[in-house]
Structures are given as C-alpha cells and as structure tokens.
Ligand binder design. Structure first.
Ligand code: 13P
Length: 253
C-alpha cells in the first residue's frame, strides 16, 4: 500500500496578493520534485494570483479554505465549488475547527460540503479533531470517529478514496503543542479503520490522512515515520517559503 505523502499549507487569513507573489517567487525556486504532493490554500483574494504563479509546476496544487455547498445563489459572502473549479482549484479544506468554532459550522454543513466538493471533482480535506477538554475526558477517539461518520453520511464508498482527512487536535493548533507521534498515529489509524468499515480494506489503505497542529520542520520527521500518517496540514509554518519547503523535503517516505 503506497500512499504519496501530501503536505498542505493553510494560510488562513494571511497574505495579501503581493505577499502571495513574494512567497511563490521564493518557493518555486526550491527543488519541489520531492515525491510529495504540495497543496497551498491561500485566502480567496489571492487564489488567482497564486494560480498564475504556479502555472507549469504540476506537483503544486491550489486549495480553498472553505466553500458553500450550492453551485450559485443568494448566499452573500460565499464562494461556490463551480467558482473554485474555474480557477482551477483542486482541493478544498472542509470543516476546519476554526470554521466550526467561530462560524458555527455544523457536522451537517460539513457533510453537504463534502458531497458538493466530490460532485465537482474537488478533493475535500476534511478536518476533525477534539478539544483539550475532550482529550482529558478520554473521549478523543469516539468524538473524532463520530465527526468522520457524520462527514461521510450518504457518500458513495467509491468516492471515499478521493477524500483526504486531516486530524487536527484543536488544542494543538497555533499553540506550539503537538500531539505526540504515537497519539497522532493512534487516532489516525482509528480513522482509517472506520473508513474500512464504510468501504473495504483496499479503499481504507489508499485514503490519505494528514496530521495538523503546530507542525514545523522540527517535528514533521517523527510524525511522517508513523505508518498511518500521510502528511500534514500546516498553518503558521506554511507562510514562510523556507520552513514550508523544509517540511516538504522532510516528508519523503
Ligand atoms: P498551525 O500549524 O499554525 O498550528 O495550524 C494548524 C492548522 O490549523 C492547519 O489547518
């Protein structure tokens, strides 16, 4: 079972158009052919500039940080999957904990977005993860598994292999604390088992599952060595071309 590592940068609400161009000026000079899929998710205003910059770099892909599930309509402030495909964006982050926490995104909305992404050939990066309180209560696994189940409700098992999951413990995001390599591996292998129950061992063995939460060049090597961890969803360290490239080059399996 060989899964190509994937490193995705979630820029969140950072980087103007000019900063985006500066980032790519530096980043695209690096030897990016490392056998790792690279995804960068800029804010919406900078995606077109990013698309221009990456032309001709086939292993660098673009992702959105969110989208609506409808194709079009009266949804002020929202962006549709059709609009993302036109750019073209290949990936979309869905259900990030910051969207769940600050923008009241529910499991039901996450599920609609997953189905809409698949319908439009966008690869959803579905985020799940527990709070510190839930971890301390010992309910991490059941919570994460229930998020996975709800995200996948009504999804055709054949489409499962196009989905990427990201396990991001909320307490590890932007805090400098990471889950230990073993803890991350344990939850991620639990997610893989659940996907196997939804489909079969072959599909579960092909689905890529990332870890996210304070990933840096200094901790990626331990994480990527774990058998079920296929890469990372990187926040802060993806804003700097040098550190993002280091994470990529240390992620070869
Ligand atoms: P940090 O890497 O800044 O902790 O952010 C992780 C994250 O939320 C990626 O989606």
């Amino acid at each position: 079972m060989s899964r190509k590592p994937l490193i995705a940068g979630n820029w969140k609400m950072n980087n103007s158009i000019s900063k985006t161009r500066d980032f790519f000026d530096e980043f695209l000079k690096k030897p990016l052919d490392q056998g790792v899929d690279i995804v960068i998710c800029p804010p919406f205003t900078a995606i077109l500039a990013a698309a221009e910059e990456i032309k001709g770099h086939d292993n660098v892909h673009l992702g959105a940080q969110n989208m609506h599930w409808e194709d079009k309509g009266a949804y002020t402030g929202e962006i549709s999957p059709v609009m993302l495909r036109e750019i073209p964006c290949d990936y979309v982050i869905i259900g990030h904990s910051e969207r769940r926490q600050y923008f009241a995104e529910t499991d039901e909305m996450v599920n609609k977005k997953v189905k809409a992404a698949l319908k439009h050939n966008l690869i959803p990066i579905v985020c799940v993860g527990e709070t510190l309180e839930q971890r301390e209560q010992g309910i991490t696994m059941s919570w994460v598994i229930s998020q996975v189940e709800k995200a996948l409700e009504g999804v055709d098992e054949k489409q499962l292999k196009s989905i990427v999951f990201a396990y991001e413990p909320i307490w590890a995001i932007g805090t400098g604390k990471t889950a230990s390599d073993d803890d991350a591996q344990q939850v991620i292998s639990g997610i893989r088992n659940k996907i196997g129950e939804f489909s079969n061992a072959e599909i579960a063995g092909n689905v890529r599952i990332l870890y996210g939460g304070s990933v840096k060049p200094g901790n990626i090597e331990g994480l990527i060595k774990k058998p079920d961890i296929d890469g990372a969803l990187v926040g802060g360290a993806s804003l700097d071309a040098e550190s993002f490239f280091s994470i990529i080059s240390l992620s070869r399996k």
